[in-house]
Design a protein around this ligand. Structure first.
Ligand code: GLA
Length: 739
């Protein structure tokens, strides 16, 4: 999969359908020669072509016919000649930040090196991937950079990270240490990103590239609602099913940057990594720094191909542990059912009704500890409130178990309320600058988890409850951004990153001590939905907005990158505290069925008529949940308004009025098709949806007995039922029969 051509001095990384080619230029400059469809051969003229200099461009004095400023540099550095955006900038002991890396050596081997302290992709057997390590060095500072690439045998994805080591004898400071840079020889792309806010996460936005800088970042201390750490470059004219797409994603949950720069030659550079703003990492002689891992994907089959590659990669090589493959418990969460107003009796009444319906777990959300009767108090005091839980968490768990349900529990471990015993005892444990009162958000402060004693306190607060009560589900929440970046022990430029390393350490420890634990991450809804979190938490709460129609765009944006199996989705009442719209209960079920599925409502107040629908939904989840967890996901129609604004890649430019998606089992023997009409209109004919990814040669039978050939469903399409009203929809389950 990785080959070195001695004659051309090229290294070719192949995935099943893509190639990525590096060139070692004279002088040791490392070039990024090609990325795209798989090349059959590594002895191609185009790969031997070296770029020359342009007038007035800076050149190395020894190689005056070559300028890094016009060459496709693989890991561009600061201040030596490539004057576009840099991936690495090291301030040396003389005070300047000129950085110049040159090739030293490389090695290719089976398997993937570990990345201690950072979430990363993994393989279960070394034969599943191959790794290339290219060692480069700055002769002036003796800073070494090892560029580490892994290609996977079963996915069109390449991962990359960089290991930086100070091999000199003087301390240096990393001021920018990004994980990846890719140079593409044109600017004929649209940039796709996922913006959002609380209750409106991951909205797809598509804009044409323009000369200069464009991109997204976070300086919120988490990957955040504002922009997901993902970007795609989609060739002009490419759609959901056709055309070239490059997708970039970062396995990181903190401040990040993704910047695309189009230069004066209309070439595009896209860089990804830790946000250099407010970052400065002291690297003493002998010390190393590992950048977060990034993933890039090339698809010649449009956005759909890109999404399925990401899904397969994360399902197989990122999500780990027991819950990677196993059916997740069907849960009901107390948040929208009771908010802060519950006691043991109320929880028991939820559990009893849930049991009758076949629900498997009750999650006790916020409000069970300290004096937490509202959101102004008690974060950090992780002791059960005796008025609500007189027999403690363990006693409640026993009662819920006796009804036949499991119990799950909510924590927000990274936070502290000013009104808490913890804060009164340790005010300095909150991130803060001496002399400034820290900013409040949701009446809370952020704990300084760069400090070991703070992590220890958090760990024991959570772990002691899990140990004592044998609880196997935790919803780990995080409900405010980081501000007032000051710590008693950690250097200012290192706090953001050390915070995330501390968080990963906590999650790693927890999932190691409790291997059966199902961790569901959450951050004011889906504010930390990223690959870093997915490494520990196989499902992530997608959004506090549980309105089915609003969820259509949120879930479409989320599954552009992340697997549906990871997307926390519940049926709630509607209207609810966030949205005024009324959507059919059945549709709410169909939309939640595209993710982890569960409930978030007072089940004791559901009418008898609606109870029947809930029973059907539970049965649908039990029958079809495996397709969502393990199947391939196809977007078949979309009414996503933002997709339309720059040409709708799903519908080829036409504004759709519906959403349709399908899950196809890996052996193509089963299909679950969901069709939802966004806005009801009078006198419109039923829509015809063409299926994708099925077996043309098979017959597919609907549960009601109607039967179609695969060819028919793919070429002519399936005529959906006529829908009435906003957000009405249907699901269709097909089973293949041999012709
Ligand atoms: C956040 C979460 C909700 C709920 C509340 C509890 O907003 O997203 O699901 O857990 O906190 O305070």
């Amino acid at each position: 999969m990785i080959t070195y051509n001695e004659k051309n001095r090229t290294i070719k990384l192949d995935t099943p359908n893509t190639s990525y080619v590096l060139g070692i230029e004279k002088g040791g400059f490392l070039l990024n020669l090609y990325y795209g469809r798989r090349l059959p051969d590594d002895n191609l003229w185009a790969l031997t072509r070296r770029l020359a200099s342009a007038s007035f461009s800076p050149c190395d004095p020894e190689y005056t016919d070559f300028s890094t400023d016009v060459a496709p540099m693989e890991y561009p550095t600061n201040g030596r000649g490539d004057l576009r955006v840099s991936a690495l900038s090291v301030r040396n002991s003389d005070g300047n930040s000129v950085t110049d890396l040159r090739y030293v050596s490389h090695r290719i081997f089976a398997g993937k090196p570990d990345m201690p302290g950072l979430p990363h992709l993994y393989v279960t057997d070394d034969s599943q991937c191959e790794t290339l390590e290219v060692t480069m060095c700055d002769a002036y500072t003796n800073v070494e950079a090892v560029l580490v690439y892994t290609v996977f045998a079963d996915c069109d994805a390449i991962s990359k990270h960089v290991r930086l080591t100070n091999k000199g004898d003087k301390t240096v400071k990393l001021e920018c240490a990004l994980s990846r840079s890719v140079d593409l020889p044109s600017m004929d792309y649209d940039l796709i990103t996922l913006w959002g806010r609380h209750a409106k996460e991951r909205q797809l936005e598509r804009r044409p590239l323009a000369h200069g800088l464009q991109g997204i970042h976070s300086k919120r201390g988490s990957s955040s609602h504002s922009h997901n750490p993902f970007a795609a470059l989609i060739e002009n004219g490419a759609t959901e099913t056709n055309g070239n797409v490059y997708g970039f994603n970062l396995i990181y949950s903190g401040n990040y940057v993704i910047t695309a720069e189009v230069d004066h030659d209309a070439t595009t550079r896209i860089v990804t990594g830790i946000n250099p703003e407010d970052f400065g990492w002291q690297l003493n002689p002998g010390e190393s720094f590992i950048t977060p891992e990034t993933v890039h994907v090339f698809s010649a089959e449009g956005l759909g191909g890109m999404s399925r590659t990401f899904h397969r990669l994360y399902d197989t090589h990122l999500i780990r542990g027991r819950w990677q493959k196993e059916k997740r418990p069907l849960l009901i969460n107390s948040w929208e059912a009771a908010y802060f107003d519950f006691d043991t009796d109320k929880l028991i009444s939820f559990a009893e009704r849930a049991k009758e319906l076949g629900i498997e777990m009750l999650v006790m959300d916020d409000g069970w500890f300290g004096k937490r009767y509202d959101d102004t108090t008690s974060l950090g005091d992780w002791k059960p409130n005796p008025e609500r839980l007189p027999d403690g968490v363990k006693g409640l768990k026993e009662k819920i178990n006796a009804i036949g349900l499991e119990l799950g529990i909510w924590f927000e471990p990274e936070m502290v309320s000013p009104d808490s015993n913890l804060y009164r005892a340790h005010p300095d444990w909150a991130l803060q600058i001496p002399g400034r009162e820290p900013a409040l958000a949701r009446t809370q402060y952020v704990l300084d988890i760069t400090r070991e004693e703070v992590r220890e306190y958090i760990y024991e607060s959570v772990a002691s409850i899990l140990r004592e009560s044998d609880i196997r589900y935790v919803k780990w929440d995080m409900n405010r951004p980081l501000t007032d970046i000051g710590s008693r022990v950690t250097r200012p430029g290192e706090i953001y990153h050390r915070y995330i390393l501390g968080l990963y350490e906590l999650m790693d420890r927890l999932t190691t001590e409790f291997p059966d634990l199902l961790l569901e991450n959450c951050s004011s809804g889906g504010g930390r939905f990223d690959m870093g979190m997915l490494c520990y938490s196989p499902q992530i709460w997608c959004s506090d907005n549980t309105d089915a129609v609003a969820r259509l765009d949120i879930q479409e944006g989320t599954t552009l990158v992340y697997p549906p199996s990871a997307m926390g989705a519940h049926v709630s009442v509607c209207p609810n505290h966030l949205v005024g719209r009324t959507t059919d209960l059945r549709t709410r079920g169909y939309v939640a069925l595209a993710g982890t599925f569960g409930y978030e409502l007072d089940i004791t107040k559901v009418s008898d008529e609606d109870m029947e629908i809930v029973r059907e939904q539970v049965s649908d989840y039990k029958r079809f949940g495996h397709l969502v967890r393990e199947g391939d996901y196809y977007r078949l129609a979309s009414a996503g308004s933002v997709l339309c604004s720059a040409g709708n890649p799903v519908k080829g430019g036409r504004i759709g009025r519906s959403y349709a998606w399908s899950f196809v089992s890996k052996d193509k023997s089963e299909v679950l098709l969901t069709y939802i009409q966004k806005t009801g209109e009078a006198n419109v004919r039923p829509e015809i949806i063409k299926l994708a990814g099925i077996d043309r040669s098979k017959r597919y039978r609907l549960d009601d007995g109607r039967s179609y050939t695969g060819d028919e469903l793919m070429n002519i399409g399936f005529v959906t039922d006529r829908q009435r009203g906003d957000g009405s929809g249907s699901i269709y389950h097909f089973t293949a029969e041999e012709v």
